[in-house]
Design a binder for this molecule. Structure first.
Ligand SMILES: [Zn+2]
Length: 265
């Protein structure tokens, strides 16, 4: 009986939405680690060779670690000031999603399309991994559009029964043409019309915290442009590999996709 109630409590805890910018120690979640008093300079924090976001919280420096979706449950090692620190990653079963798409080139690509995808991947990865040394004073994000937010982050996806990369963002319902706004101050890291993502905007919020907006009908900003919270960056659309108009909203730390629900106010 006791063990049964523990299981029930654990299941309830897993299904409860995480409050904004609290740790969520699962693949696709984040860890927040105190790394020293804020009176001393911040030590450097890394996951492998990738610099981690470091920010001040009260009297301490903390590092915020994006936990990659493909992390096995158990110990994840990060390096703080040259010393190893362990993050305990819990298990999380993401749902399976099966989609049928009619445009076959969105499932299997020819060489020309693969070349295009590869060159776009390099641009997107460079934006996602950009580390801009500016103070970060928080991680909470306003909703980029007001629509219903799905819990589709992390879905293990199959297109026409073929396994593809997991879903690395949240899909938000919206109509074509609805304005999409910056959820926090930042600088536009890249914009483009990409094969899978369609018209896309990436915003750099500092120290490896990057947000991504896909399938836009219009892009209203240019690479390098500063944006402030609430400023229009584009409009909802159905460009790229989609089954209908919606906003794909991605949030990244240390180059890894983290569940946007963790940051939304
Ligand atoms: Zn999506």
């Amino acid at each position: 009986m006791i063990s049964r109630s523990i299981i029930v409590v654990a299941l309830l805890a897993m299904s409860a939405p995480a409050p904004a910018t609290e740790p969520s120690l699962r693949p696709g979640g984040l860890a927040i680690i105190e790394i020293g008093g804020a009176k001393a300079p911040a030590p450097d924090a890394k996951l492998g060779d990738t610099p981690l976001l470091v920010m001040r919280r009260g009297e301490h420096w903390v590092t915020v670690v994006g936990i990659p979706l493909d992390t096995d449950p158990g110990e994840l090692l990060v390096t703080i000031g040259g010393e190893p620190r362990v993050v305990q990653v819990s298990e999380h079963a993401y749902r399976e999603q099966r989609l049928t798409v009619e445009n076959k080139s969105f499932v299997t690509q020819n060489q020309e399309q693969l070349d295009r995808i590869w060159s776009e991947r390099k641009i997107i990865d460079a934006a996602l991994n950009h580390y801009r040394e500016v103070p970060v004073d928080g991680l909470s994000l306003a909703a980029p559009i007001p629509g219903t937010q799905s819990s589709s982050f992390g879905y293990r996806r199959f297109f026409n029964d073929q396994p593809r990369a997991p879903h690395k963002g949240m899909d938000i319902a919206g109509n074509s043409g609805d304005p999409v706004v910056a959820p926090r101050n930042g600088v536009v890291a890249a914009t483009g019309d990409y094969f899978f993502n369609g018209n896309t905007v990436l915003i750099d919020h500092g120290r490896g915290f990057v947000t991504m907006y896909c399938h836009l009908s219009e892009i209203a900003v240019e690479s390098g442009q500063p944006v402030t919270t609430g400023e229009t960056i584009g409009a909802v659309g159905a460009t790229g590999r989609v089954t209908g108009a919606h906003l794909h909203f991605g949030t990244y730390l240390n180059g890894t996709a983290v569940d946007p629900a963790i940051f939304l106010e």
